[in-house]
Design a protein around this ligand. Structure first.
Ligand code: ADP
Ligand code: MG
Length: 323
């Protein structure tokens, strides 16, 4: 029933930032090289995501909005080796249930695109339209049909900060993709998409942080850690300046933050949380990303070996710098 859909929707998309995250991840899964994010009033009024990815086949568009209609996993065993960011097939179904949503999509081998308009889960129109290859999704008036949830949205400012934070993280984690992000028409971020993590970090944090970053690169069995870590305490550090990407997915992890803290404690008096941008490429069977619907948190099968690898890598990077 639609009530069940609304309740379930709340778990996956509890706020505009979660909508942005899910849609951008879908664009990444569609191999987009360029992703444009436009929001109005912190996403509460309007969110538009445009990508140049592979689009959706005309015969699959409607089913993409049905729960568990993911195209990304065909076998249960696939869950073990998930490479795509999405895999539950819940995001579009959840978002469409609580908003007015338009989708325009076109694949490479179709002459024309297709535009579908939904209102709170109901399909209102479906037309052929001229469109570039890729997908655009517009989400308006989120939670208008779920007043209880709307009431619990944070202030415009807090929602905007969350959205910006998510886009910053994803943009740094996917430096090969060009991101453009505007809020109320104002440019918030534009990354070059040149494949260099450092370029994306610069676009997000400005050129001043660059001089304090040193490169990290360390390999252990089943796992490689790479990225950039802070080499001085001049730059204000907080946990929100710690970026972790596990197989390309931006994650939060107390275990990883603690690990950084201990690694630094002996080597560099840098305050509580050193700024860092760390990619962890790990064998899919050594990590479980499925522990929370929003997929922000991960669990590692062998925390000790990962933390040892990370500490050793940081130690080497800091020593190599001859501080
Ligand atoms: P999931 O990402 O878990 O598969 P979603 O509900 O997020 O589930 O998306 C459902 C399906 O819609 C995806 O599996 C994909 O086939 C299709 N899809 C969604 N967004 C895009 C996009 N931007 N480009 C191409 N296909 C998309
Ligand atoms: Mg998805």
């Amino acid at each position: 029933s639609s009530t069940i859909n609304k309740i379930a929707a709340g778990e996956v998309v509890e706020r505009p930032a979660a909508v942005v995250k899910e849609l951008v991840e879908n664009s990444l899964d569609a191999s987009a090289g360029r992703i444009i994010v436009e929001i109005v009033n912190s996403g509460k009024e309007y969110i538009r995501i445009t990508d140049d990815g592979h689009g959706i086949d005309p015969q699959d568009v409607e089913s993409a909005f049905l729960r568990h209609a993911t195209s990304k996993i065909s076998e249960v065993e696939d869950l073990e080796k998930i490479n795509s960011l999405g895999f539950r097939g819940e995001a579009l179904a959840s978002i469409v249930a609580v908003s007015k949503l338009d989708i325009i999509t076109k694949t490479a081998y179709c002459q024309t695109g297709l535009k579908l308009s939904y209102e709170f889960g109901r399909l209102k129109s479906k037309d052929e339209v001229a469109a570039a290859e890729g997908t655009t999704i517009i989400v308006k008036d989120i939670f208008q049909n779920v007043p209880a949830r709307k009431k619990f949205l944070k202030s415009d400012r807090a929602e905007l900060v969350s959205i910006s934070d998510i886009i910053d993280k994803i943009a740094i984690g996917h430096s090969n993709v060009k991101f453009e992000y505007t809020s109320n028409g104002k440019r918030m971020l534009s990354t070059p998409g040149d494949g260099k993590m450092l370029s994306a970090i610069r676009a997000v944090h400005g050129k001043d942080v660059m001089s304090s970053l040193i490169e990290l690169e360390h390999e252990c069995p089943g796992c490689t850690v790479s990225g950039y870590i802070s080499s001085n305490s001049a730059y204000r550090s907080s946990r929100s300046c710690q970026y972790f990407f596990v197989n390309g997915r931006s994650v939060r992890s107390d275990m990883l933050s603690d690990c950084i803290q201990t690694a630094y404690r002996e080597l560099l008096p840098i305050g509580k949380h050193a700024m860092c941008f760390i990619n962890i490429d790990i064998r899919p069977d050594m990590v479980d990303v499925n522990i929370h619907p929003t997929k922000l948190e991960v669990k590692f099968t062998n925390e000790e070996s990962l933390s040892a690898c990370l500490k050793e890598g940081i130690g080497r990077a800091l020593k190599g710098k001859e501080l």
